[in-house]
Design a protein around this ligand. Structure first.
Ligand code: RB5
Length: 163
């Protein structure tokens, strides 16, 4: 059963390495187990490599929640949302973080280390981990986009075939 102590998987590129280090302390203090898939220093790494690991593990059900960080959060969120069953939410503000849980049941939180400061990031992570999904009409909506991947694929193929 998922709760706010559920283990999480976390990763960043070099641009958010320091923020990841800072947030790991917070996660530890909260008594939450985590797996850090890197980056392991500020040496440049390509964000998709890290994004694949975190989003792949969440997509496969190995972890029910993950955190991804890069410079802006944009690259990581684009990469992560390519994976089935991943709902990665780029939340560089507190309101988005809360709503991404309440309404979107986001299972990956993404932030930009060059956008948010440490203290804001800390508040965002805390709110994100503690806010439950509201279900109900939001579950119905989520079901609609969970099932959409296939349709889009078919439509794209049809369009491509007609060109
Ligand atoms: C790295 O310079 C930067 O491009 C990356 O961290 C991220 O912001 C990409 O979206």
């Amino acid at each position: 059963m998922e709760d706010n102590k559920t283990p999480i998987i976390i990763g960043s590129d070099h641009a958010a390495y320091n923020l990841k280090d800072y947030l790991k302390e917070l996660i530890k203090q909260k008594g939450i187990e985590f797996r850090d898939v890197g980056a392991h220093s500020t040496e440049a790494v390509d964000y998709p490599e890290i994004g694949f690991q975190v989003a792949g593990a969440v997509s496969a059900g190995e972890y029910s929640r993950g955190i991804l960080l890069c410079g802006t959060g944009l690259g990581m969120s684009i990469v992560a949302n390519k994976f089935p069953h991943v709902r990665a939410a780029l939340c560089n503000d507190l309101f988005s973080a809360i709503m991404s849980r309440r309404h979107n049941n986001a299972n990956i939180l993404v932030m930009g280390g060059r956008v948010v400061g440490d203290v804001l990031a800390r508040e965002i992570v805390t709110a994100w981990l503690d806010t439950p999904f509201e279900g109900g009409r939001h579950q119905r909506r989520l079901d609609k986009y969970e099932n959409m991947g296939c349709q889009v694929h078919v439509n794209t193929k049809t369009v491509a075939n007609n060109l």
